[in-house]
Design a protein around this ligand. Sequence first.
Ligand code: PLP
Length: 363
Amino acid sequence: MIGRHKFQLDTPCLVIDKDKLMHNLKTMQHFASQYDKNVRPHAKTHKCSKLAALQLESGACGICVTKVSEALELAKNNICGILITSPIVTDYKLSQLQKVVDLAPDTMVVCDQLKNLEQLNALAQMTRSRNIDVIIDIDAGIGRTGTDFESAFDLASSAYNMPFITLKGIQCYAGHFQHITDKDERANASKALLQKAASIKHRLEKMLGISLIQTGSGTGTYEIDCQIDGVTEIQPGSYTVMDKEYLDIDYTSAHFLPAMTMLSTVISANHQEHVTVDAGLKALYKDPTKPKIISHNELYYDWDYFGDEHGKLTGTNLPQNGDVIEMIVPHCDPTINLFDHFYITENDIVVDIWLIDLRGKSQ
Ligand SMILES: Cc1ncc(COP(=O)(O)O)c(C=O)c1O
């Protein structure tokens, strides 16, 4: 496949334009460094150790993951500064966490409950290894994970006082603000929330006499969050490759380019009004937002009950059997999780193939 034009690739497949990807990585690093903030990008988007390594080379202070199985894969690939952004509570997963910490000792994990703190403390005590580095997760108002604001201070103090835990900081990730279309509305919501979290961090730092991390933020709010005193790092994910949902929101300055596209081929053209392509639910994660076709004008994709393996194209000047269409996917994270490889292109020619090695690691 190396050396081929991208339109000669077997479809459906995911293609990353390397120049655009590097632009996105550098732009995020540059923006955050202007405000003296670290970037710990979230690998939940790209699920690729190679891309994580590139982010570290570009200046990231570490890499976030959601699941311990993702962390283990990154640790095996010598990725450092891992933060697991979701709690780990079962015995089996705690044993996996220990493996991660053995391979990558600077790994941190979030915690949102006293009982879970006790589990982590017992794990480190039992294995007689180093302390476990913990970030206290505060619920930003989604109700997904995190302790409430009122309990966060006490939980962090408890973590500090546990002999086999090292308190590293707090996390407050406002997923529900990331796609608010209006930039002022989004900025106001994020600012109020993260300032509230910062006040807890400042109180803890004053009482304990240590410096703490404040982590959170995503591609939708990084601009405002970088300007908040107290925030020490941001953890954006989608900015690497972007998607239609993020391209649709309003930014102060349009920073990121759609680096990743999907290619799909017309496989049946027997109707006046539509043709059928080879990308359905199993290739293109279904969201209310539709993909944006960039290879053809006035052509529209819909899943339209064509099922797992097929999609429907309508519009003017319908393509013919065998024609390849290129589109920006609605939601990059769950779409990437459906593929094994990224085809990396320069000037539309395939120059490399990267394994999506964290793909399917949902445990
Ligand atoms: C905890 C956490 N941090 C960071 C991100 C990255 O967000 P985004 O892809 O919006 O940049 C996510 C995404 O869901 C997340 O759940």
